[in-house]
Ligand binder design. Structure first.
Ligand code: MSP
Length: 524
């Protein structure tokens, strides 16, 4: 098993403040990055911003700012948001960074020298907000298939990448390997883009000023995808003096992207890499969208209620664990999932307050009440105890496999099944009855076994919820782990372990009251 793990988010358009929808990819990737670090891997987690193009030019002008003034503000806000959500990225790339600009120019020139890029004229239907050219067949009701807005005919001198040449190679890659997941996306790509035939791709513009100039023909700027996609390489030092990270981390283990940009990552990107002679990433994962009503929560569509779906407000009111829990656990990874306030608040109560927080305080409370807060190693285990231990360890293995398989929502659901098994174990063993019977050795065995199960499970939870779970080890006078292997098996609670109750982790929310307050906020 390889000991490095290179994971990327898409680079975000700073065309507005980021939304909860954008946070989705970043939070999910963060759980994968953290989990792999806790498996002992050398992780490189990349995120950043995609800063060129007409839209940025227009936005900045509308706000009477230079492009850089405009971008710096949004980037500062984005980085602040990632701090709020505890995103542990290793590098933040901006496509306006000097090293990226130079490397993109070298990549463009290399492709041109190899005959993979040539000059011609582009005629097409253009969607300005999406900065995409479309063919007649791709339009939906005559409008842009991505955003639904009108397109206009346009013609200009441009450079083209020989995408058509890679039709067979890309088909083979998609059909015969696990390069693109989930599998349903493969059929979408084959039917919508490959079967109609890949056309050469326009990769420069003369009409867009705010872009990377084509080094050998400065009338042109590099167009969107040859600027944006190579960020995954340039961030590692590709085609630069110091390419140590490129040698160490490439190929990417997974590019996680939203479904609307799967096409770019699973067709255009591998073709560019093949043309460059660079090894392909191991996997592209196309996730679904967080849906607000019938809409994708997007920056460019005003929802009218956007204050309350502002991740900053949610994190501020309910804590970052609440936001991370909802995004990772409640949306099945790979599928679309609904967001609304009630689902968010209910997920908080069910999972954080009841299933998990209450379990921890109840267990520590019983240790204090029945055993004066002193635990010893477990002795004379019954069948109920050993079955419970086996179930916890089996589920633990399942969580690790799910994360290795890039399934964070599945893994988090398994973790909460483990907590649910802990709660059931309390019901099955009924410590309060045992206490009445005066059997203190039995209570100790129950509470030690239970405590260890909670901490084994909690250790798996650390990459997902980064706020409260790391604090609970102190209740048992134990150390917060940095590796999953530190709490891999039962038996770590020693004789005379002092247990304290600790602070209440999550206060149960009054859903009706919160809904009313959030509504007031939205309409303020
Ligand atoms: N700049 C390009 C990506 C270039 S990558 C080389 C881009 N940027 S974006 O800001 O428009 O979108 C970035 C990511 O946010 C996409 O993966 C997109 O799917 C994701 N999301 C935006 N709204 C979303 C939801 N409502 N739900 C889940 N993810 C969504 O595309």
């Amino acid at each position: 098993m390889s000991n490095k793990f290179y994971i990327t988010t898409p680079i975000y358009y700073p065309s507005n403040k980021l939304t909860l929808g954008n946070c989705y990819t970043t939070v999910v990737c963060d759980s994968l990055a953290r989990f792999n670090r806790m498996l002992g891997k050398d992780v490189f987690y990349l995120t950043g911003t995609d800063e060129h193009g007409q839209k940025i030019e227009k936005k900045a002008a509308a706000e009477n700012k230079t492009e850089m003034e405009y971008l710096n503000e949004i980037v500062a806000d984005t980085k602040e948001l990632w701090r709020t959500l505890d995103i542990s990225y290793d590098k933040f790339i901006r496509t306006t960074d000097d090293y990226h600009v130079k490397a993109v120019q070298r990549i463009f020139k290399t492709l041109y020298d190899k005959g993979e890029i040539y000059k011609s004229t582009y005629k097409g239907l253009y969607c300005t907000p999406c900065e995409s050219f479309w063919t007649e067949e791709q339009l939906i009701n005559g409008n842009c298939p991505d955003c639904g807005r009108p397109v206009e005919p346009m013609e200009e001198e441009a450079y083209f990448f020989r995408l058509s040449k890679y039709q067979d190679a890309v088909t083979d890659l998609l059909q015969n390997t696990n390069f693109l997941r989930p599998r349903t996306r493969v059929n979408e790509m084959i039917n919508n883009f490959i079967k109609p035939g890949l056309k050469d791709l326009c990769v420069s513009r003369t009409s867009v000023k705010w872009g990377v100039p084509v080094g050998f023909d400065t009338k042109h700027t590099v167009y969107v995808w040859i600027d944006a996609l190579p960020n995954y390489l340039t961030a590692l030092g590709f085609m630069q003096d110091n390419d140590r990270n490129f040698k160490k981390y490439w190929p990417a283990d997974v590019h996680v992207v939203g479904k609307e940009i799967v096409r770019f990552h699973s067709i255009i990107w591998p073709a560019i890499l093949m043309a460059l002679g660079v090894e392909l990433p191991k996997q592209v994962y196309g996730h679904g969208w967080l849906m607000f009503g019938n809409d994708k929560l997007s920056k460019s569509k005003e929802t009218g209620k956007k204050e309350v779906i502002d991740p900053r407000i949610l994190a501020d009111r309910y804590g970052l664990d609440a936001v991370r829990l909802f995004l990772i656990k409640e949306i099945v990874f790979g599928q679309d999932g609904p967001y609304n306030q009630e689902l968010f608040l209910t997920a908080f109560n069910t999972n954080l307050a009841n299933e998990y927080g209450n379990l921890v305080s109840r267990t520590c409370g019983m240790a204090q009440k029945y055993l004066d807060g002193i635990l010893h190693t477990a002795k004379n285990l019954t069948e109920t105890d050993t079955n419970f231990k086996q179930e916890i360890l089996a589920k633990r293995g399942e969580v690790i496999s799910q994360m290795e398989d890039i399934n964070p929502s599945g893994a988090m659901n398994t973790i909460f099944e483990m907590f649910s098994k802990c709660n059931k174990y309390i019901d099955d063993t009924a410590p309060w009855v045992v206490f009445k019977e005066g059997n203190l050795e039995r209570i100790n065995t129950i509470l030690t076994t239970l405590s260890e199960a909670i901490l084994i499970t909690n250790t798996l939870l650390l990459p997902f919820l980064t706020d409260k779970p790391k604090t609970i080890y102190a209740n048992w006078n134990l150390k917060t782990p940095t590796l999953i292997s530190e709490y891999a098996n039962f038996g770590f609670i020693k004789d005379n372990t002092q247990v304290t109750k600790g602070a209440n982790l999550y206060a149960r929310l009054d859903v009706a009251k919160e809904l009313a307050e959030l509504d007031a906020l939205a309409n303020a």
